[in-house]
Design a protein around this ligand. Structure first.
Ligand SMILES: [Zn+2]
Length: 151
């Protein structure tokens, strides 16, 4: 296994997010949000009340977030990270890594490289020139996830 010049990200916590025992997929969240928006707007039109508009705003925020997660694959919340796998499953994880060049922390960043093509990098949060290709790591993760879903 290639160790990327000693640059390592450790996944110290991983939780597959499920709702009612079913995997919460990004596309499912988008669908729920769209249905929610349509339903809230319909309610608002019928009642003329502002309360359904609050729900509509919530579903719009949910939709924007789900699309963002689908694009980025990694969304950080302090210590935690929401990750979307290629299959669309959502994981709550904790990723730890220390930059070998400075005191910064490392995180995973996905960048678009052409249409529908993405490259994942390990990026230092203190210096954006401290960057490594995360291909060796992500390939390992994919195999791991494949094996998990088989069992
Ligand atoms: Zn650094």
């Amino acid at each position: 296994m290639k160790n990327n010049n000693g640059v390592k990200l450790e996944r110290s916590y991983e939780k597959h997010i499920k709702v009612f025992g079913k995997s919460l997929k990004v596309l499912r969240v988008i669908l729920i949000a769209v249905v929610g928006i349509v339903y809230s707007v319909m309610l608002a039109n019928e009642n003329g009340s502002y309360i359904p508009m609050g729900f509509a705003a919530f579903f719009v925020a949910l939709l924007v977030f789900a699309i963002y997660l689908r694009q980025k694959s990694f969304v950080y919340f302090g210590e935690y990270c929401l990750e979307a796998s290629e299959a669309g499953d959502i994981y709550l994880t904790m990723l730890h890594g220390h930059c070998p060049k400075c005191e910064g922390h490392l995180k995973l960043v996905k960048k678009r490289k052409g249409l529908g093509k993405f490259v994942t990098f390990i990026l230092c949060d203190k210096n954006s020139t401290h960057i490594w290709n995360a291909f060796a790591n992500s390939k390992e993760d994919k195999n791991k996830k494949k094996n998990e879903s088989k069992s």
